[in-house]
Structure formats: structure tokens, C-alpha cells
Design a protein around this ligand. Structure first.
Ligand code: AVJ
Length: 318
């Protein structure tokens, strides 16, 4: 079997297992990574351009406005690691500002997507070496042997918001190990703000976020022979104050049984599948999390509205 085929087969099996496990639970849940099949990734791309979805705009504004300062913070001739490659324009802004970066190391679980990103960056920055690494950055993995030099970890998009406290702490520890002494990190973090602004961003007027969430059911129907009636499930965005998170749910509008992956799953009317949590930090709570994991949160850049933060972290070990 070709390597890519093999990965794909395993991935399909993992999806099946995740659906069966997630829909068998007392509180039905799916991890957000399953939202991103090809269609889901296209829809997410559309979300980033919506008026109601402010995070991409706010973070891009910060990177553009403070590119020089951020680049100086990272240093010269750095090795740049990006976790979850494919932030596209944001990566290009940072690389474009860096002083003679040595190497770009995009890290992603989706090998084909990674190859696309690597190719795009190589064409855009012909002098920069690119070394893609296929890995699930939510689990421990070893980096290959790389040239010497100061290292920067870039984690934009508030993707860290998908992780709970323990996962985020473990992730930040892993970053610190990867960049080593003298290492830095540039992390994009979405901030707490008035709840209506948050709800609008995750339940936009154009219905793209609803389509993005419902695509998970369409995907189960397509790939696992499911019979979810897509017009009898509704997208819902909720604010969970105790978790400080926006949650996306898929609500069953009726009591019914749904078939998928060769099994049957009962729903009561109003029962939901929880498909994503997107945690919102305040400046202090994120800095505290960073310091807890051995980083020093020494720099902070904000957008005009104060909606989004880009943190500059330095490895506390000197
Ligand atoms: C890609 C996880 C940062 O949480 O804002 C956008 C995903 N979900 N709209 C986010 C998402 C619904 C996004 N992240």
C-alpha cells in the first residue's frame, strides 16, 4: 500500500472509531478536528473572511502592524516552527518580516495539506529552506535533527482555544522543549469580550458557521453510511461561562434514531452533539498559563478593539 493510502485508511478508521465512541456517550461529543474534511476546510476558509468572524482580521491586523517588532523579538537567522501549518497569509507576514530566517518547519497531521503549504512557502521565499514534519502536535513527538540556531514556535489563529486547560498546558510545555534554551514563541489568543460579539462570530448572519458545523453530519452520512436528516439538526453556538468558552453544538430537533457506521444512535428532542469548544482568555489568565508551563510572557500585541492578543513568550530557562 502507498504510504498516503495507508495514512488515509487509518484516518478513515479513526473517524469511524471517533463517531462510534462520541455518539455512544451520555453527552454526545466529537473532537473539533473532524470538522475539517475537504469541504469543512473550505467552509472554515470562508468563515475567516466573514464580517461577523473577527479573529482572523484582528490577528492579521496585529501581525501587519507589529511585524517588525515581532521579528526583532524572534531574532536573526531563526528556525521557525509552525504548529498546524496553513495559516497562509499570517505565516507569510511573519516570514517576510524575519531577518534572514534559516529554516521553516511546518508541522501538521494532514500530509497532503502540509505539502501544499511547504510548496507555497518555497515559491514565495526561494531562499528559505522548508522542512515539513508530519505529526499530531497535540501529542508528544520528537523533531528530526535540525541545524543549530535560535528557534521560534508560531501558533496563530487562537487554535490553542480548542484545548482545555490541561491540554493547553501540555502543549505549551511541548513547545518549550521544541524551541529549547533561548527559544521564543508567538501565540495568537482570542480574548474574552461581550458575549453577543462572541455569539455572532460563531453563528454568523450568512449561515457559513452553521454549514461548517452541519457538514460534520454530512460527512458521517457520506463516509460512514449515516442517515442524519440534515434539515432536522440545527447549529447552535453557546457561551459556557464557567469554561470561558464558546461551544458549538448540533441540536436534534426531534426524538429519533440515527444510523451511522453500522450502529444506531438514539436522540431525544433537543439533545445535542458538542462539536467544539473555543476558549477565550483574558490577558492575565493566558500569561498565568504560560508562566505555569515555564515560559515568561514578556511581550504582548493587541488589535485596535482589544479583541485579540498575540503573545511573545521566552523560554524561562536561561
Ligand atoms: C480554528 C479553532 C481557531 O475556534 O475560532 C471558527 C474554529 N469554529 N468558527 C475558532 C471555528 C467556528 C476556530 N479555530
Amino acid at each position: 500500500m502507498l504510504e498516503t493510502e495507508c495514512v488515509r485508511t487509518k484516518w478513515n478508521e479513526a473517524f469511524r472509531a471517533a463517531v462510534v465512541a462520541g455518539l455512544s456517550r451520555q453527552r454526545k461529543t466529537m473532537a473539533p478536528c473532524w470538522l475539517y474534511d475537504e469541504r469543512g476546510s473550505q467552509l472554515f476558509e470562508q468563515i475567516t473572511r466573514l464580517d461577523d468572524y473577527y479573529p482572523t482580521r484582528a490577528e492579521t491586523e496585529i501581525l501587519l502592524r507589529h511585524a517588525g517588532e515581532i521579528a526583532r523579538f524572534c531574532g536573526e537567522e531563526v528556525l521557525l516552527f509552525e504548529y498546524g501549518a496553513g495559516a497562509g497569509i499570517k505565516t507569510e507576514i511573519l516570514i517576510g518580516a524575519l531577518d534572514r530566517p534559516r529554516l521553516y518547519v511546518p508541522i501538521d497531521i494532514a500530509g497532503d495539506f502540509l505539502a501544499l503549504t511547504a510548496g507555497r512557502i518555497e515559491r514565495r521565499f526561494p531562499d528559505l529552506d522548508v522542512f515539513p514534519v508530519v505529526a499530531d502536535f497535540n501529542h508528544d513527538f520528537e523533531l528530526p535533527e535540525l541545524p543549530a540556531g535560535r528557534r521560534t514556535a508560531f501558533f496563530p489563529g487562537s487554535t490553542i482555544g480548542n484545548l482545555n486547560h490541561a491540554e493547553a498546558a501540555a502543549f505549551l510545555c511541548r513547545l518549550r522543549r521544541h524551541v529549547g534554551e533561548q527559544g521564543t514563541a508567538i501565540i495568537g489568543v482570542d480574548l474574552k469580550k461581550d458575549v453577543q460579539t462572541l455569539l455572532d462570530a460563531y453563528d454568523d448572519r450568512e449561515g457559513v458557521t452553521a454549514a461548517f458545523n452541519l457538514n460534520l453530519l454530512a460527512r458521517i452520512n457520506r463516509e460512514l453510511d449515516g442517515d442524519f436528516p440534515l434539515d432536522r439538526f440545527a447549529h447552535e453556538a453557546r457561551w459556557n461561562a464557567s469554561e470561558s468558552a464558546i461551544e458549538m453544538h448540533l441540536v436534534s430537533l426531534d426524538e429519533r434514531r440515527v444510523a451511522a457506521a453500522g450502529e444506531e444512535f438514539p436522540f431525544w428532542s433537543g439533545e445535542t452533539i458538542h462539536t467544539e469548544s473555543s476558549r477565550k482568555y483574558d490577558l492575565g489568565s493566558f500569561a498565568a498559563l504560560a508562566e505555569l508551563t515555564g515560559w515568561r510572557a514578556t511581550r504582548l500585541w493587541l488589535d485596535e478593539n482589544g479583541y485579540f492578543a498575540v503573545f511573545g513568550l521566552e523560554n524561562g530557562v536561561s
